[in-house]
Design a protein around this ligand. Structure first.
Ligand code: PLP
Length: 408
């Protein structure tokens, strides 16, 4: 863990570039059998050579916050641990806790940080399951919630009361890519002694590092960009040790752990994170610009466009703007469906951040069973399309959009 280099600094001190960290941080340079790749330690339990070994382990665990080994798979695994160290280094946190899905990251964090009688502030335009969990499940435990408009710092400040313990926001949000001023949020929260949690799934640590702005905890759906291949589910919680230690303890009780083979696949995905995000940022910007100029497109939401309401904030706190572009085409929901059905490259599917482009009408996907009035009040019109762009060649994606728009 963090061995020193010849000039005396630790690996993560010396390797500051995010692409380098995504490849090397937390990865042992000396693996069993001289293997370059870290082994998949596929085990549910660990053995002790004799009773003295067991007693030594138990004593070490009592006195060290991070014991050097584990006795059972739910409490830790070396393959998982190596990926956690890489994710912590990427976000600049003390520790990272890998969990079984992005929703496990959200629910574990909220259940541990909030208690009966507490008040939570969250921003709208968020992942709808997060909102449902807060409004249906947390309410049963006596935790109240105020939902304020996305990106609205004044509304957040206005709703902080004596029982407010936590502010939760995504940035950029889904599907309108609204961005919250992270430094401003951290300052307001510090003044009121309230904790802040940012779901940074849409940004990745390559494009935005919320902890650097004073945010307490960062959450990701690893399922998306971090793993990057639309082939696994995982989540992560990253932050300072004082917050991650109780979260790790609870994870071993809640049981939402990641399988070692999945952790290996996440590690493999992270190796190309820098390259993937570079291409997805470039594709996102090129496609947003193309769509904005197209006569059959009514409106485009992309934080890299000057027309986006949060462009100035995004430029201040992001290094790139990601691969999700939302837009409304001229016409109704049926026109949007005709356009989507005419596309050759993107698949119709929920999710984002993977190498394959995915496309959806939110009204027919996440919001299919939402009351149409509620849906419209959230700005989700039938003709809204969310394009989660992959790593295909930009020109091919634009040619595909052009031929499909010509059919509307
Ligand atoms: C912003 C955001 N957070 C959390 C989640 C939940 O992640 P998972 O699907 O990995 O549980 C999603 C899923 O789409 C998401 O978009």
């Amino acid at each position: 863990m963090n061995p020193t280099t010849p000039d005396g600094c630790t690996e993560t001190d010396c390797w500051r570039g995010a692409s380098t960290l995504a490849l090397h941080a937390g990865v042992s340079r000396h693996n069993p059998y001289h293997s370059l790749t870290p082994p998949i330690v596929q085990t549910a339990t660990y053995t002790f050579t004799d009773t003295a070994d067991l007693i030594g382990f138990m004593e070490e665990r009592m006195f060290m916050s991070k014991p050097l080994r584990q006795e059972y798979g739910r409490y830790g695994n070396p393959t998982v641990r190596a990926v956690e160290e890489r994710l912590a280094a990427l976000e600049g946190g003390d520790d990272a806790i890998l969990v079984s899905s992005g929703m496990a990251a959200v629910t574990t964090t909220l259940l541990i940080l909030l208690s009966n009688g507490d008040h939570l502030i969250m921003t709208g335009d968020c992942y709808h399951r997060t909102r449902t969990f807060v409004q249906r499940v947390l309410r049963r435990f006596g935790i109240t919630c105020t939902v304020v408009p996305p990106g609205d710092l004044d509304a957040i400040a206005a709703h902080i009361g004596p029982r407010t313990r936590l502010i939760l926001s995504e940035t950029p949000t889904n599907p309108f890519l609204r961005c919250l001023d992270l430094a401003g949020l951290a300052e307001i929260a510090r003044r009121h002694g309230v904790r802040t949690v940012i779901d940074s799934t849409f940004a990745t640590p390559l494009n935005q590092r919320p902890l650097e702005f004073g945010i307490d905890l960062v959450i990701h759906s690893v399922t998306k960009y971090l793993a990057g291949h639309n082939d696994l589910m995982a989540g992560v919680i990253i932050g300072r040790n004082d917050l991650t230690v109780p979260l790790r303890e609870s994870q071993s009780m809640f049981g939402a752990v990641v399988d070692p083979t999945t952790a290996f696949a996440i590690g493999r995905g992270l190796q190309t994170l820098g390259l993937r995000i570079e291409r997805q940022n470039a594709n996102g910007l090129a496609i947003a610009r193309y769509l904005e100029d197209h006569p059959k497109v009514r409106r485009v939401w992309y934080p890299g466009l000057p027309s986006h309401p949060d462009h100035a904030i995004a430029r201040r706190q992001m290094r790139g703007f990601g691969g999700v572009v939302s837009f409304e085409i001229e016409g109704d929901g049926e026109a949007a469906a005709r356009f989507i059905d005419a596309l050759r490259l993107p698949h119709i599917a929920p999710s984002l951040g993977g190498v394959d482009s995915l496309i959806e009408q939110p009204a027919l996907m996440s919001y299919f069973d939402t009351d149409p009035e509620v849906r419209l009040s959230l700005g989700i019109r039938d003709e809204l399309i969310r394009f989660a762009i992959g790593i295909e060649d930009t020109d091919d994606l634009i040619a595909d959009l052009a031929q499909a728009l010509a059919k509307v």
